[in-house]
Design a protein around this ligand. Structure first.
Ligand code: HEC
Length: 186
């Protein structure tokens, strides 16, 4: 009886190990939905890579993984690193997006501050903004002290298609970092 139980337990454990392995080596293709938050599983069975939290109260922040629809955005979703750092083309685009979403009106044309604070760093009111994942969360979901959410679907309750996409936000952050002492990927 004891032997039988032990056998069953070891079989279960082997099974678990096997699952882990296959997940880790499974490549993600363009059409796969990658999961992120709190172990949510998705179409391809992958489990959470990074989990987002709000800047307001550090509560879990759910972002539809399908919005991460470019190679750079997918990489960010699985590593928390911003692949656009140092990429001249992405940085130029990021500056345009920064103007498009009125960031310039509050943070100044060179992000050194205006009505809102400077966001070039290296010191931040929310220390996590020194990381790209942290700054992403702050801009996506907003702050307690005067900045609303800018993420697509959150920025404008009357229009779910209005707001910044993950790929655009990564480019904005790359532009901000291009003037900063930190890359945010440290
Ligand atoms: C209506 C004005 C306004 C707009 C538009 C705006 N912000 Fe802000 N932002 C603020 C204010 C005010 C704060 C300070 C909030 C606080 O203290 O909680 C802030 C804070 C921040 C912070 C955190 C800074 C820190 O020290 O931790 C970042 C990063 C940021 N904004 C980026 C952006 C980006 C990128 C955009 C455009 C997508 C943007 N903001 C648009 C007003 C604005």
């Amino acid at each position: 009886m004891v032997v039988k139980t032990v056998l069953i337990i070891s079989a279960l454990m082997l099974n678990l190990v096997a699952c882990d392995k296959s997940d880790a080596t499974k490549p993600t293709t363009g059409n796969d939905k990658i999961s992120t938050i709190d172990g949510n599983t998705s179409n391809n069975g992958n489990t959470a890579a990074i989990s987002f939290v709000t800047t307001q109260d550090s509560k879990p922040l759910m972002i539809d993984t399908l919005l991460f629809d470019t190679p750079a955005a997918k990489e960010f979703l699985s590593t928390g690193k911003n692949p656009y750092i140092g990429n001249a083309e992405a940085i130029a685009k990021g500056k345009k997006v920064y103007q498009l979403y009125s960031c310039a009106q509050c943070h100044g044309p060179e992000a050194k501050g205006q009505v809102g604070p400077g966001i070039v760093g290296p010191d931040y009111k929310y220390p996590k903004d020194a990381t790209n994942k942290g700054m992403f969360e702050t801009v996506w979901h907003g702050t307690n002290g005067g900045m609303g959410a800018k993420g697509i679907g959150l920025m404008d309750p009357s229009d779910p298609k209005n707001g910044i996409t993950p790929d655009e936000l990564l480019k904005v952050i790359a532009w901000v970092r291009s003037m900063s002492k930190v890359t945010g990927n440290e």
